[in-house]
Every structure is written in C-alpha cells, then in structure tokens.
Design a binder for this molecule. Sequence first.
Ligand code: ACO
Length: 434
Amino acid sequence: MGENTDVATIHLSNTNQSVSLPLLHGTLGPAVIDIRKLYGELGVFTYDPGYGATASCESKITYIDGDEGVLLYRGYPIEQLAEHSTFLEVAYLLLNGELPSRAEYEEFERGVMRHTMLHEQLRSFFNGFRRDAHPMAVLCGVVGALSAFYHDSPDINNPEHRRISAFRLIAKVPTIAAWAYKYSIGQPFMYPRNDLSFAENFLYMMYAVPPEPYHVNPVLARAMDRIFILHADHEQNASTSTVRLAGSTGANPFACIAAGIASLWGPAHGGANEAVLKMLEEIGHVDRIPEFLAKVKDKNSNVRLMGFGHRVYKNYDPRAKIMQRTCHEVLNELGIKDDPLLDLAVELERIALNDDYFISRKLYPNVDFYSGIILRAMGFPVSMFTALFAVARTVGWVSQWKEMMEDPAQRIGRPRQLYIGAPRRDYVPLSARS
Ligand code: ACO
C-alpha cells in the first residue's frame, strides 16, 4: 500500500457532517478509498451489491486490467506464463511470490507430487454417491471430507502446517476429480503416478485402465497444463472471495476449499464452459445464429450468450485468445478437421463482435468460450469441465487463503446490509391471527 497523503471527502447532506478518508494507492489499478472509519465517524455504511466497487483486501497475487484485457500473476503476463512456464512453476509463483530456482522448483515438485495419493479410506466415500452424481458434487463432498483426515497439521497459524495443507490440496484435488469421473463410468480408480508431470498424471488418472499401458499424448498434456495455468487464479472472484470469507473465520483449509468449489459450480462462474457447449448444441447450425442472438437481445427472454461478457473484462479476455490457439492445436493433433461446434463458435464470435448490442456493452469472449470445445475434443465429458477448473483454481484459492492468513490486518469477513424488511413489531399468537 502506498503513501496516502491523498484523501476523499464525503459529505452527508442530511446531517451536514463530513469526513476525510484516506485514498490508498496500489502498484497498479485504481486507488481505493479506505472507508473503515466511515461508520464510526458518520454512522453510515456503503451499499455495493455484488461488490463491483469494493476492494475486500490487499493482495500481491493477481492483477487484472479489465479495460485493457491484461492479466498478471505476480506481475508476469499470462501470455508469457502460458507460453513458457508449467502449471507447477506457476503454482510455486502464486504461492510464494517469485519464480523458483531450479533447486526450489524440483523440491516443490517433489513436495506436491508426493501428496497425490488419497487416504485409502477416502475411497469408500465415493461409494456413497449415486453413479450419476455431478463430479462437482463429489468434489465438494470429498474435498470437504479431507478435513477429517489430516489431524497432524490442523494449526492454520503454523506456516509449516499451512505449507503441507497447500501441497495436499494441490496434489489431491486432481486425484479426487479423476476418481469422480472413473466412479461415474464404473472403471477402477487409477492410482497417481508421480513419475509423470502434474498434467500428464491427471490425464493418466482420467483415461488409463489397469489392463493396458497408457501413453500420454505430449500435445494434449501441454494443452492440459496450459488450461490449468490459465485458470490458476483470477483475483477476488466469487469462489476466491468465498474461500477467503470462509477462511477468515479460522475454518479448516480443506473445508474452505470445499466452499470455493461450491461457489465455482454455478453457471455464471465456473459452470460457463459447460453452458457454452449446451448453447452451441442448442443452436445447432450457423443458420440459426440470428434467431438465437435475437433471443439474447430480448430483455424478456433471460437468454445470455454464454462465454461472453465478464464482470471485470470489458475487452477481450486475454485467456480467451490463448484458448482459441490451443483449441486449434488440440483439434489438429487429434486429426479433427471439421468440428461443427467449433465452426459454429467461430461464426457466433464473429457476428457478436460486430453487433452493436455486444459492442456497446463491451461484451467479448471470455476464457470459457473455447475451453469447452477443447475439453470435449480431449475426451472430457461436459460434466467434468467445472471440475477441471477447480483442479487448477485450487492453486489460486490456496495462495489467496495463505496470503490472508499471513496478513496481520486479517479479520473475520462480515458485510453489512441495507435493511428493507418490516420494522419492529409484536408477535401475534397463532390463535389470534386471521
Ligand atoms: N449475453 C447477453 N447479454 C449480456 C451478457 C451475455 N453473455 N453478459 C452481460 N450482458 C448484458 C446484460 O444483459 C446487461 O445489459 P443491459 O445493460 O441492457 O441490462 C449488460 O450486458 C451488463 O450485464 P451485467 O449482468 O450487469 O454484467 P455482469 O458484470 O454482472 O455479468 C457475467 C458478468 C455474469 C459474466 C455475464 O456477462 C454473463 O452472465 N455471461 C455469461 C456467462 C459466462 O460466460 N460466465 C463466465 C464468466 S468467466 C468465469 O467465471 C471464468
């Protein structure tokens, strides 16, 4: 936080009282008004449903410039990391603030990968679910259950315990996600292989079966790794804020991440790529795009162009561009010459980007517009898409949780409200009510 000689003055016309509040400057991005003394001085709260104008914390992890379409992890542009880095190196960066030396990287990789196995008793949790359970329901339940398994490191105020919890979460969420898939199709669970990279091991646990050797396709492993990098963190989004809010009470980190998974599940957040594919399938043919866009523009229809628009990006989501490139690489590698859904997506994007409705509202493709097409081509069922997002975002959640726990200014999160309900009234006994 920078020097704060600047102030913002708030004047209340009803009481004719004023207060000067410090204006705080970060490294990048808009300054923020520190309103912590507002209630004490003027007796009022601020009103910001959806928190569109509220900074809930200081953070050094991720920076987004939504107008320019910029995303930085610890200062490094996402494009450079997606091109040159690996998911585990990005995980180290997000957690620790700097890129690792080779020795640090190798130690970190060993540290994470040696936690990939699940406690054998956790296997029986899967049997409690119906076979058709959504993988996010399984992930939410089983990750939450991890909190009951680690009694050796529950002290959230101990940095070493926090480090081990971070390793466990980053390593075990992929195993749980892959096993949720295996359970749903009735195949044996594949135990993790620590001789493989993070992304290779995930693909192995997803697609290998015991009777046959499984060779991970390096192009697909690289695409998987890149998808994980693109989804690793995204500052104070809904699920990250959920993790921070849960964590602010001192709750167990595994339970906090389960809360983040629940928050990610919704179609307005992590469920969007699933929704994009459903939408493309529904549209079915380029000829039907105008009819569909008319519905999107109709205020009474509640239909949205899924994969378009973002609370923060009012420009092309930089991750969407990388996704689009990766999409072509994967389809090439798999020899898919014509994917009708890809053709449909490209045409839909072209038309929407030239349509005044979308231009005037600054609605551009987001990360989810192309990711569904890639994941489907790689063999993932639609229901696994959000689970993959959760595998990657676990790194961001854990990094943000760790940063919060290390922040001396950390307090329990407790928003206020504008009460518009009934004023005080007296209870009327049931017998006296008409
Ligand atoms: N299709 C059509 N119209 C849209 C869309 C869309 N995808 N997104 C926003 N709009 C319109 C709204 O109707 C509104 O129009 P109006 O001013 O005429 O009423 C205007 O744009 C502003 O919309 P808001 O809902 O206020 O924007 P907000 O920032 O709250 O929404 C959100 C962001 C939820 C992502 C929204 O754009 C959306 O629903 N997109 C589709 C779902 C999606 O792709 N989500 C993934 C987000 S990325 C992620 O989580 C990884």
